[in-house]
Write a protein that binds this ligand. Structure first.
Ligand code: PDD
Length: 286
């Protein structure tokens, strides 16, 4: 990374400094976004910025920049490697306060950070074999619709999946499977696509919305309804989605095969649609 954006300036990463009194550091008092970009074209930029605004509203912060100002920053960072696929990371915290005090500072000056990093290329083994997931009790808070930087519960859950040899932890509250620790959740039953509805207990994934749109175009029946974890275990297919993982087929859940134990036919269809969507974005950039 040649440079990043911090509080109005483009600086080399080793020159980017944040005070230890920043509330992002002391309290995890901030929100963030991860936006994938293909050949310099952010995917669903406006939707990501809209969700950022919702998150900021959720924590009582004013948007620090306009959509066009964000866009100009993204373009400058992406232009360092214009043909690459990259992930933009942006974070807004409640800034620096003179003392460590839980109460909001009277006139906060947010800390704004944006970085771009190369996107990991998907391991071909994933399309061949799928990934493993484990179920875990959802130990997070009750405002998972806010994309907050306070991610300790998600960090512990994701690590617990890692230690169980799994790609993701599927989070369960009151018997209902809601989403992954860093992804949204889908299942296929009887030819239909089912995903839990948006609400305070899960993040409204931008990839989730795109998957639903692509499924509608592909004439796959869609239902947004709660998924009991027991139902997930007998699903024909299970998928997870996120900006950096796209749509991934889950072929083992808690050590047991999902459906055939291989990436299913509907995953193959949706993945093809998703890859076409990305190719269109790249073409539009050319
Ligand atoms: N995480 N649910 C949770 C809890 C997430 O953290 C994420 C994404 C998603 C998927 O959202 P989207 O499709 O908008 O990426 C769902 C990001 C990638 C992260 O924390 O790095």
């Amino acid at each position: 990374m040649k440079e990043l954006y911090l509080n109005g300036a483009f600086v080399a990463p080793e020159e980017a400094m944040i005070s230890v009194m920043d509330r992002g550091f002391l309290f995890g008092d901030g929100v963030y976004e991860v936006i994938p970009a293909y050949a310099g074209r952010p995917l669903r930029e406006l939707e990501h910025l809209q969700r950022l605004e919702n998150s900021l509203r959720g924590i009582g912060l004013e948007p620090p920049l306009s959509a066009s100002a964000w866009s100009a920053i993204f373009q400058r960072l992406l232009s360092a490697t214009p043909t690459a696929d990259q992930a933009l990371y942006l974070q807004v915290t409640r800034g620096v306060a003179p003392t460590r005090d839980h109460r909001f500072p009277r006139s906060p000056v947010p800390t704004v950070l944006v970085m771009a990093k190369p996107m990991k290329v998907r391991d071909p083994v994933i399309a061949e074999r799928g990934v493993a997931a484990v179920t875990r009790d959802d130990i997070r808070w009750l405002r998972c619709d806010i994309k907050a930087t306070a991610l300790l519960a998600a960090v512990l859950l994701r690590q617990s999946a890692e230690e169980a040899g799994a790609e993701e932890a599927i989070l369960v509250r009151d018997g209902m499977a809601l989403e992954g620790s860093t992804s949204n959740l889908f299942m296929i039953r009887d030819g239909g696509l089912i995903t839990p509805p948006k609400g305070p207990l899960l993040l409204a994934g931008i990839t989730r919305d795109l998957v639903l749109e692509l499924a509608a175009v592909a004439q796959i029946p869609i239902a947004e309804r709660a998924i009991a974890v027991e139902e997930l275990r007998t699903a024909d297919e299970v998928w997870i989605s996120s900006s950096t993982r796209e749509v991934m087929p889950v072929t083992r859940l808690d050590g047991v095969s999902v459906g055939s134990g291989h990436p299913g036919p509907l995953w193959q269809r949706i993945d093809a649609c998703y890859q076409d969507f990305k190719a269109d974005l790249r073409r539009a950039a050319a």
